[in-house]
Design a protein around this ligand. Structure first.
Ligand code: PEP
Ligand code: MN
Length: 263
């Protein structure tokens, strides 16, 4: 169902009026994890200044260690909803268990399925049974074929509103947290009719690589770029090393806007 051979024209995923996949390039920005209302609101304000609409933030955090901050859960979803309503933004947030999907429908605009859950087939099926866009991330060690099959799980249940997101894969390279597989973008766009985003934060794990990798994503034809922004990354409860502060985010957006004008 996700194959371009079955459906030659691009799928457009409508997120509160943003027509993702329509040829424009979108930005999904926000903190790694929701920590407080004030923290999310500060980022939302910055996003608004750039005319952006898509706010991210994790309420359920799939952390490598069980002793790390696990997220605020449903309280985090409530904060996201409050900020989204106040600033007229659309919210993307990760859900990690099928049991939470129903609840999430009341609070968020896009269900994110994270890299660690790309092959959580029960979660994929549950996300496929609701009328809500899904942002599906590539697994840490998933081939492109496996990634496409994961999207097929969602679509086979009836939900065709899927955005794919390349977020780096595990290789022997240690200079970055993961290796951004930039060529996955044109491959996914050729093989499927779905929009494709690139997450420059989790792929690189390095703040200094966010801008060049975002430029690469835009140049290669990604439908959107995701990156993390936090009012004070030094005290962030997760991904402290790679989130941008507000000044860095402003500069990042200015650079990307002038870069976009070049082509
Ligand atoms: C995230 O986007 O918050 C996240 C945890 O990313 P990933 O699943 O790609 O690691
Ligand atoms: Mn993060």
């Amino acid at each position: 169902l996700v194959s371009r051979k079955k459906k030659p024209e691009n799928t457009i995923v409508d997120v509160k009026g943003e027509k993702i996949g329509d040829g424009n390039q979108y930005f999904v920005m926000g903190p790694c994890a929701v920590e407080s209302y004030e923290q999310v609101a500060e980022v939302a304000q910055a996003i608004k200044r750039h005319g952006l609409k898509l706010l991210r933030g994790g309420a359920y955090k799939p952390r490598t260690s069980p002793y790390d901050f696990q997220g605020l859960g449903v309280e985090g979803l409530k904060i996201l909803k409050r900020v989204a309503d106040e600033f007229d933004l659309a919210v993307i947030s990760e859900i990690v268990t099928p049991a939470d999907i129903e609840t999430a429908l009341d609070y968020i605009d896009v269900i994110q399925i994270g890299a660690r859950n790309m092959q959580n087939f029960e979660l994929l099926k549950a996300a496929g049974q609701v009328n809500k866009p899904v942002l599906l991330k590539r697994g840490l060690a998933a081939t492109i074929e496996e990634f496409i099959h994961a999207a097929e799980y969602i679509m086979s249940q009836g939900n065709g509103q899927i955005i794919l997101c390349e977020r780096g894969i595990r290789t022997y390279e240690k200079a970055t947290r993961n290796t951004l597989d930039i060529s996955a973008v044109p491959i996914l766009k050729k093989e499927t009719h779905l929009p494709v985003f690139v997450d420059v934060t989790h792929s690189t794990g390095r703040r200094d690589l966010l801008l060049p990798c975002a430029k690469a994503a835009l140049a290669i034809g990604a439908d959107g770029v995701m990156a993390e922004v936090h009012p004070d990354p030094a005290v962030a409860l997760s991904d402290s090393a790679q989130q941008m502060d507000i000044d860095q985010f402003n500069e990042f957006m200015e650079e990307l806007k002038s870069f976009q004008k070049q082509f």
